[in-house]
Design a protein around this ligand. Structure first.
Ligand code: ZN
Length: 100
């Protein structure tokens, strides 16, 4: 029985429940290996760090939602979401205090 997550393709959208496989921050990118179907979730920081190598390998389907950073509530930021679901205030350019 495989221990890795097996998927058909990266999910259409990522939610706050999707966490970076490296550091546990909110995931804003997902990659699925075209052969093994193994899916990896990435925070903006770690996907940016590994993006070139992943794309150079050419064997990954990519869902990149980094454009959503700071446009939706981030559980890791501790930001409260009001009833209207308003996003965090601008000025918190990363929305994430995890600098690892
Ligand atoms: Zn990460």
């Amino acid at each position: 029985m495989p221990s890795a997550t097996v998927i058909d393709a990266p999910a259409a959208t990522l939610s706050v429940a999707d966490r970076c496989d490296r550091c546990g921050a909110q995931a804003f990118a997902a990659t699925a290996h075209t052969t093994t179907r193994q899916m990896l979730l990435w925070c903006g920081h770690h996907y940016t760090r590994h993006e070139k190598a992943l794309l150079a390998a050419g064997a990954w389907q990519v869902l990149d939602e980094r454009y959503r950073i700071n446009t939706s509530p981030l559980a890791s930021s501790g930001t409260e979401v009001d009833a209207a679901g308003e996003p965090p205030l601008p000025g918190n350019h990363r929305g994430n205090r995890d600098d690892r």
